[in-house]
Design a protein around this ligand. Structure first.
Ligand code: 5GP
Ligand code: SF4
Ligand code: MG
Length: 447
């Protein structure tokens, strides 16, 4: 998972990109970068770490110009190194370009191999670099035609923004796996992964970039829309469950409202007698409110989160992950002692978090712990940009719900059903749910 932003025709565009990325930080904490254009050349700065760690006043002031693209990285494809931070920048026969990409290309290895056979020299391990090579090697005269040609050679998930010296291009794959929204900022334009970025910089949401659409931004003209591919939308439902920020509207709907609806459905499907509903913060909060409203059982904050610890997925080894759960979450003993708890989280992936939480809650005197998960069991990996572990590491691919309940030590455990999940998004069938139902809209060409 990653985030992208693009700012066009706005003075000091890089500063707006910076603040936009700041509010998209939840989508990736490993690296951040911005490229800007002053009309004559493209400037770029990127590095490892959080947006506030990568940039300071001095670095930002060097990113001159009225247009900019930015990225925060959460490694999926590629290695975790500075080389693999975005934007990717290149000089080629038509000038200079910078690209930012959220998603994962499913034919990246095949395309890369072919390009290398034809003599391309790759500088990163990122699938995104394919696009630059395809554009640079194209025989077409105009960048616009080259982009369209390149898009016909790639497959998979991409919400992407490309900056040239004079123009900006925003595009979304025909499945529209990842969100991409477009808004107005003064007399200029912004595109971003989520609308929370617009709120911070004072931009006004206009519409989503559509699946299969390319939008061209050019000075002195209205944005030009080209429907490059017929849309076949399978938008990532996990964005609603976990990834996006609750204060964002993506795919045309508010994330917080949908999370609450999932909690409500969960309460209808799996009620249980208890004294209180408590969330695993922050990811379980909205669903827990929904569960509490539906069941009439009071909502309490029973676990407090230390916000100065990164997300637990970021450390690769199991030992550190265990320790990090304790560093991150601590129960309020006063609240939970002697109580029957319904504990709500958005997902169980490896089972590490839930197992630790149940054990800490019991250790501090909870009488019963009923785990309720506001998504179906995660049974398969994601090929479209979410860094889910391999199938073997997914607890629900190895264990039944009953076995998982035993493993995490809860008194009861239940997951929202697939039909319950669908109900909470208004029975809209244009979503991908592959990591839950195994119905993959696109299979990787090179696994
Ligand atoms: P587990 O310990 O079961 O592997 O992880 C479950 C927790 O990880 C849940 O609280 C959930 O909010 C969070 N989570 C689920 N999917 C992801 C993901 O793709 N990335 C990150 N960083 N956390 C996730
Ligand atoms: Fe989203 Fe899961 Fe589909 Fe990946 S497989 S796009 S995480 S719903
Ligand atoms: Mg969580």
């Amino acid at each position: 998972m990653c985030s992208v932003i693009g700012v066009f025709n706005v003075p000091e565009a890089a500063k707006y990109a910076y603040f936009g990325l700041f509010s998209l930080q939840h989508r990736g904490q490993e690296a951040a970068g911005i490229a800007s254009s002053d009309g004559k050349r493209i400037h770029i700065a990127k590095g490892r770490g959080l947006v506030t760690q990568v940039f300071d006043e001095k670095k930002l002031s060097k990113l001159m110009g009225n247009s900019a693209v930015g990225h925060t990285r959460y490694s999926t494809a590629g290695e975790d190194s500075v080389l693999d931070a975005q934007p990717i920048f290149a000089r080629y026969d038509l000038g200079q370009i910078a690209v930012v990409h959220n998603g994962n290309l499913t034919n990246a290895k095949v395309v890369r191999k072919e390009l290398i056979r034809e003599g391309a020299i790759f500088q990163t391990f990122m699938d995104t670099e394919n696009i630059i090579h395809l554009i640079a090697r194209s025989q077409k005269e105009h960048l616009y035609d080259r982009i369209i040609e390149a898009l016909h050679k790639i497959e998979g998930a991409y919400s992407m923004v490309l900056l040239s010296r004079k123009k900006m291009f925003a595009m979304r794959d025909p499945h529209g796996f990842r969100p991409l929204v477009m808004g107005r900022l003064g007399s200029g334009w912004v595109v971003a992964s989520e609308t929370c970025a617009f709120d911070l910089i004072g931009a006004e949401y206009v519409r989503d970039i559509r699946p299969g659409e390319l939008v061209v931004f050019e000075e002195g003209e209205e944005p030009r829309s080209i429907q490059v591919f017929k849309p076949t939308p399978t938008k990532c439902i996990f964005e609603y469950i976990y990834f996006a920020r609750p204060d964002s509207d993506i795919f045309g709907k508010n994330v917080y409202k949908l999370r609450k609806a999932m909690g409500r459905e969960l309460a209808k499907e799996y009620p249980v007698e208890a004294d209180m509903v408590i969330p695993v913060p922050d990811s379980g909060v909205a669903a827990a409110i929904g569960y509490s409203e539906e069941s009439g059982i009071p909502f309490e904050l029973g676990i407090i989160r230390n916000h100065y610890v990164g997300r637990t997925f970021i450390e690769p080894t199991q030992e550190i992950r265990d320790l990090k759960v304790k560093m991150k979450l601590n129960p309020i003993k006063e609240v939970i002692r002697g109580k029957r708890l319904i504990v709500i989280d958005d997902s169980i992936v490896r089972g590490t978090t839930s197992r630790k939480i149940v054990s800490i809650l019991k250790e501090f005197g909870a009488k019963e712990v009923h785990m309720r998960i506001s998504a179906p069991p995660t049974t398969g990996p994601c090929y479209y940009g979410v860094d889910t572990p391999t199938k073997e590491e997914l607890i629900s691919s190895r264990m039944s719900v009953e076995e998982t309940k035993e493993y995490i030590g809860a008194d009861t455990l239940a997951y929202l059903s697939i039909s319950g999940l669908l109900r909470s998004v208004g029975n809209d069938l244009s979503y991908c749910m592959a990591c839950f139902d195994g119905n993959y809209p696109l299979l990787p060409k090179d696994k």
